[in-house]
Design a protein around this ligand. Sequence first.
Ligand code: HEC
Length: 115
Amino acid sequence: MKTLLSAAACVVVLVSAPAFASKDLATAKGCLGCHSQGSNTVIGPGYQAVAKKYAGQKDAEGKVAAYIRAGSPAGTGTAGGPKTMWGGPMPMPANPGVSEAEAKTLAAWILGGAK
Ligand code: HEC
């Protein structure tokens, strides 16, 4: 009975993993320190706002995945430097600790509304 129960628990974890995995990844990579899952700006834009910006765009996932690893192409936005895309106080730093596969997972999750 015990084995049966833990087997059932495993199935539940496996089935619900995709929904949680991306958020866990975003947490582990520190994304949620600067981004909310909603549309409100923390330091960076909320992920629902990002999803809205890219809605209907071709290859949005590829663009966003590349952006996640490289960081913002904008300058510092301070003292006459180039403005940030979202008008925030700083550009997004690069994320060298995020692999290409992880960036794709995160991009797909964000563009899907970060749920
Ligand atoms: C130190 C704070 C910080 C961290 C950490 C951070 N971001 Fe950002 N992010 C920003 C800021 C600021 C912007 C807006 C940049 C601008 O306006 O030019 C941004 C913008 C974005 C955008 C919007 C890109 C666009 O084309 O509009 C995405 C997507 C994004 N971040 C994803 C991520 C992911 C995924 C992670 C984790 C791997 C992450 N960010 C970590 C600050 C951060």
